[in-house]
Design a binder for this molecule. Sequence first.
Ligand code: NAP
Length: 249
Amino acid sequence: MNTDTKRVVVVTGGSSGIGRAIGLRMAGPGTTVYFNHYDPDDEYAEETVRLVKDAGSSAWGARVDVASRPDVQDFFDKILKDCGRVDVLVNNAGITIDGFLVRMKESDWDRVLAINLKGAFNCMQIAAKHMMKQRSGCIINMASVVGVMGNAGQANYSASKAGLIALTKTAARELAPRGITANAVAPGYIDTAMTADLPEKVKEAMLAQVPLGRIGQPEDVAEVVAFLASDKASYITGQVIHVNGGMYM
Ligand code: NAP
């Protein structure tokens, strides 16, 4: 068991974009950052491990499908064998498979819900059991502005994020007596691989909805996650914190 670790931070979907920025922001002496990702190409994950280590933390990344309960169980078994605790869980893994409601394939609905919503449930159920024994812990779920507003072409994605918000509030109520907080962060339009390939017209239309007039950076989101995971936020639970440049208010 690694007794040098004072704080264990687990980030799902931590190889790139917002998840990588969170791992980097949370890194520091005494902290071990565990993350997972899904692409069989490990290039981004290896780069994330290197960057987190450079920032002063131990780091470990694994290929895991958060939608698969056995995968998630193995991932947490490794963490608990190494460190015996989970202090912060950030459910950040997420995908989009967009399409209009009337044309959406059932398989596209199922896959998005399986990763974005059931994936978070899988991780929360396992981590929360240990946090309850610890009588401490912090869960942060990556929702989205569209989980509150809805969005044409994203029936599966927006439903998954709305579900994640309800799951967060339920967990906050159930876990508060054991000293565990659960909050959601709802980003707007953020500069990552998820948004990079959108058609230029869609990007322009999204930017036009942002009063602050710029696309958000992964670090804008990571900063809020770091705050929610800190002692300074110990009286905040069951909330949805919007990070969207004013896109929704
Ligand atoms: P991203 O760069 O595409 O990152 C997504 C991460 O999730 C990657 O690490 C990816 O790993 C991982 N992932 C995908 N499927 C997975 C699976 N089945 N199991 C485990 N990990 C998996 O996108 P991002 O923009 O940073 O998104 C991060 C979160 O923010 C998502 O939940 C997203 O819905 C949310 N969000 C993003 C925006 C935005 O504008 N970008 C806005 C609102 C909310 P691989 O690459 O290895 O598959």
